[in-house]
Ligand binder design. Structure first.
Ligand code: HSE
Length: 328
């Protein structure tokens, strides 16, 4: 199976490394970062592209744009992992539409296009007979979308409650357990590749709110936008608030909640007992889904990180290969 990889930051490099080191039967025929690109229909040298990126900051030739790659390379699946833009969804939305119109399948970790235009993109994919998959947009390595769409098919979800942002969880854990300041903990999360390109998306609760919109629209059959989510972040939390919670054997976590029955979507820091199942450490995410038939199920796993997000992207790719791509 041949893929084009757009986005060569933390997530893109994680995918490239996984394809380079594991025998997955995947060839990368083009890749691009925001300032350069490379196309080779016989398969690019992934090791060389990774090394070039490390040394120069560019994965390819500065005369080749991401759109050149998506519009001209030979491939079966576009992997779109450029940074999220929640206002316009661009340039990812245009990359995705171009690939779909060329009859290519799409796998993305990019939350912007899925939160803003899921129905349009899915309709375009159906018209063109291709598949659009987006497991990596929510909760990193946890196969939550797949589990809810397939494993819990037929259930009615009465409530979803969870820790959906690894960066905030990492910051809160480091502040309460190691006594780091908010700024120190945020700097660490950025250095470790957990935070968004614009980390205000993380700390202001926007990233968690986007994930709720994606879950609402793609899994729970609601029709929500970011404006429908009541959102409060962790950026104004003081160390005193964490200390006070600690004195009561509680801690603070940024919690996202959907109650489908009354259409409520909200994200806010909440004080919860330390023994609560949603009190997870570091970049872990945890999501409890309440359903009519399966009862209550909690998913816990790594919600952010290069390899962890690559895990979700690769799983989407292999599922497309097994269902749609012949001869690979
Ligand atoms: N910045 C996001 C997080 C990455 O920290 O959860 C995964 O979506």
């Amino acid at each position: 199976m041949r893929i084009v990889l757009l986005g060569f930051g933390s997530v893109g490099q994680g995918i490239a490394r996984a394809i380079h080191t594991k025998d997955l039967g995947i060839t990368i025929t083009g890749c691009a970062d925001s300032r350069s690109g490379v196309v080779d229909d016989a398969g690019i040298d992934i090791g060389a592209a990774l090394e070039r990126k490390q040394k120069t900051g560019y994965c390819g030739d500065t005369r080749i744009t991401p759109m050149d790659v998506v519009a001209t390379a030979e491939y079966d699946v576009l992997v779109e992992v450029t940074p999220t833009n929640v206002t316009t969804g661009e340039p990812a939305s245009s990359h995705i539409r171009t690939a779909i119109e060329r009859g290519k399948h799409v796998v993305t970790s990019n939350k912007g296009p899925i939160a803003l235009a899921y129905r349009d993109l899915q309709a375009a994919a159906r018209r063109n007979g291709v598949c659009l998959k987006y497991e990596a947009t929510v909760c990193g390595a946890i196969p939550l979308i797949n589990a809810m769409q397939e494993g819990l098919a037929g259930n009615t979800v009465t409530r979803l409650l969870g820790v959906l942002n690894g960066t905030c969880n990492y910051i809160l854990t480091r502040m309460s357990e190691e006594g780091l300041t908010y700024e120190q903990a945020l700097m660490e999360a950025r250095e470790l590749g957990y935070a968004e390109a614009d980390p205000t998306y993380d700390v202001k609760g926007i990233d968690a709110a986007i994930k709720l919109v994606i879950l609402a629209n793609t899994v729970l059959h609601l029709d929500k936008t970011l404006d429908d989510v009541e959102t409060t972040g962790i950026d104004l939390l003081t160390p005193d608030a964490l200390r006070l919670a600690d004195e009561q054997d509680c801690t603070i976590r940024l919690i996202g909640e959907i109650v489908p029955g009354d259409g409520v979507l909200r994200v806010s820091p909440r004080i919860i007992p330390k023994t609560h199942p949603l009190v997870v450490e570091g970049t872990l995410n945890a999501v409890t889904v309440e359903t009519d038939m399966a009862g209550e199920i909690t998913f816990i796993g790594r919600g952010a990180g290069s390899t962890e997000t690559a895990s979700a992207v690769i799983s989407d790719l292999l599922s497309i290969r097994d269902r749609y791509v012949q001869g690979s």
